[in-house]
Design a protein around this ligand. Structure first.
Ligand SMILES: [Zn+2]
Ligand SMILES: [Zn+2]
Length: 321
């Protein structure tokens, strides 16, 4: 990386990918900008977790923007962009890989692993069995040959000797094979031989091979190491994200329900307004009529100063309601 590229990467890291935008222009970076690492926005980027371990994922190619990460939970888009699901999918994938490794290491320990120690020991045992069977056959053949010789049966004697020579050759090649197998464990699978020296177990969190009753310092190194803490963090985050996604779903459901209710109310409101509008027309005209009437009445009352008329007018008006 040239010094210029290194500076650019550093500026990206510090100021976000829109650092080149001129001042005064729109400097708003959207959360779903393709250069932004959305894993980091939601919580953490798995690429950061296992550097220089067996589970190293390589460096993240996207920008880890602290400003955006601070803004994200406060923004109206929080939980609306599918970022949580995306991180959940990645973490579940990593967790499944980890589970597979745990199972594989357990199989290895119990000697079930193909090409492992058990297969090797089985083959050695089989060769030893074959050799001892051959030794028995050779004894019988030699005894037979001796007897045939003492009886003067030369051709039978020769036949039995030839047979025993064949078996002798076969036995020799088996012994060579056995010798090779006895050399091979330290050459082909040193781990297995080494492991069988001390009782081991597989860590249920990160799949590491652990020596049972190991030194306290080694135990602590493992428990605080990147692999162990990383896979523990992944499991915790998976649960957290599942809860969050359910929360977002519930909130969305509630918003939908509220919108539905609001729409329903609006339409009943509109209905009743329409109804009122229809029924109000005669009503309003009657009120207009009444006001004309009452004006006339008032004028009349005023002119007459008549109480009885005034009361009658009230009755008259009430009936109109
Ligand atoms: Zn990232
Ligand atoms: Zn562990």
């Amino acid at each position: 990386m040239s010094a210029r590229d290194a500076m650019a990467a550093m500026l990206d890291e510090l100021m976000g990918p829109k650092r080149n935008v001129e001042l005064g222009k729109d400097t708003k970076v959207s959360f779903d900008d393709p250069n932004i690492c959305t894993y980091y926005l939601v919580g953490f980027c798995p690429h950061d977790m296992f550097t220089n371990t067996k589970a190293d994922l390589g460096a993240c190619q996207l920008v880890h923007d602290d400003n955006l990460r601070r803004m994200y939970p406060e923004s109206p888009e929080y939980g609306q962009l599918g970022f949580e699901r995306r991180l959940l999918r990645f973490l579940v994938h990593l967790d499944e890989d980890n589970m597979r490794r745990i199972r594989k290491n357990k199989d290895k320990l119990s000697g079930m692993d193909d090409g492992g120690k058990r297969k090797l020991e089985d083959e050695k045992r089989q060769i030893l069995r074959d050799i001892s069977t051959m030794d028995e056959e050779l004894k019988t053949l030699m005894a037979g040959a001796e007897q045939a010789g003492s009886e003067g049966d030369i051709s039978k004697c020769q036949e039995l000797v030839a047979k025993s020579e064949l078996i002798e050759a076969e036995k020799h090649s088996l012994e060579e094979r056995l010798e090779k197998l006895n050399e091979s464990p330290t050459q082909t699978a040193p781990g297995i031989e080494e492991m069988s020296m001390k009782p081991m177990e597989v860590c249920e969190v990160c799949g590491s091979m652990l020596i049972i009753n190991d030194a306290q310092q080694r135990i602590e190194e493992h428990l605080t190491g990147k692999m162990h803490t990383g896979f523990q963090k992944i499991r915790t985050m998976i649960q957290h994200l599942k809860d969050k996604i359910k929360e977002f779903g519930d909130a969305e459901e509630q918003r939908r329900e509220e919108r539905r209710k609001a729409r329903a109310e609006e339409s009943t409101d509109k209905d009743s307004k329409d109804r009122r509008h229809r029924s109000r027309s005669p009503h309003r005209s009657s009120r207009d009529e009444r006001s004309r009437d009452s004006r006339r009445d008032r004028d009349r009352d005023y002119r007459r100063g008549n109480d009885r008329d005034h009361r009658r007018d009230h009755r008259h008006r009430d009936r109109r309601y």
